[in-house]
Design a protein around this ligand. Structure first.
Ligand code: OGA
Ligand code: MN
Length: 202
């Protein structure tokens, strides 16, 4: 991956799509680490578990390095990205948190921002897709809007694809799919300005 090109894109327009960030084999290895148990995705601070099926219906499982070598390798790639972003963009990213997400057939996540200025320590969002051989007809796009809430693009959740965008600037939603859809959603965070894990929207 060309780190410089990725950082330049984030700098100039706030988002970037990296296809083949991982190979199909690496995606399969990550998929083999999917958990057997999932929790309903909450809205609001973790611990409150205020599931809201009108807003989001996915199920999640937080990534930890002890979930297998492919997970540890993924987290270490994100660490390299964090360091590159700090060097190139001076974002001051302090750490990274990520969860697997499973959207069953028909599941969605309504339009939201991952962070609101001054109310979250999330700065840069990553979404990585685990769906090798995804047929576009299956749907499940990530629909992205600009800061003025105008349609920007639809991103098909194909395996190996990584999407990065500034967490505060791009409202987005996940449209339902006709197949199970897996992703890893993650957030690079700055220190302070809200403690602990904060789930959008707030
Ligand atoms: C999220 C999210 C997008 C996706 O979890 O906050 O927006 O495409 N996920 O899975
Ligand atoms: Mn989101």
């Amino acid at each position: 991956m060309d780190y410089q090109a990725v950082m330049d894109a984030i700098y100039t327009r706030g988002w970037v799509i990296v296809d083949d960030f991982l190979t199909a084999e690496e995606v399969d290895a990550l998929k083999a680490c999917l958990p057997h148990e999932w929790q309903p995705a909450g809205i609001g601070r973790e611990g409150l578990h205020q599931g809201n099926p009108d807003i989001r219906r996915d199920q999640i499982h937080w990534l930890e390095p002890d979930q297998g070598a492919p997970v540890a390798a993924y987290l270490s790639r994100m660490e390299s990205l964090r360091l590159a972003a700090n060097r190139n963009l001076m974002l001051g990213l302090f750490d990274y948190e990520a969860h697997f997400a499973r959207y069953r057939e028909g599941d969605f996540y309504a339009t939201h921002r991952d962070a609101f200025a001054g109310r979250s320590n999330r700065r840069l969002t990553s979404v990585f897709y685990l769906n090798n051989g995804w047929a576009p007809e299956a749907g499940g796009v990530l629909r992205v809007y600009d800061n003025d809430e105008q349609f920007l693009m639809d991103v098909s959740p194909k395996g190996g694809r990584l999407v990065l965008f500034l967490s505060e600037e791009f409202p987005h939603e996940v449209l339902p799919a006709s197949l199970e859809r897996y992703s890893i959603a993650g957030w690079f965070r700055v220190n302070g300005n809200g403690a602990g894990r904060v789930d959008p929207p707030r």
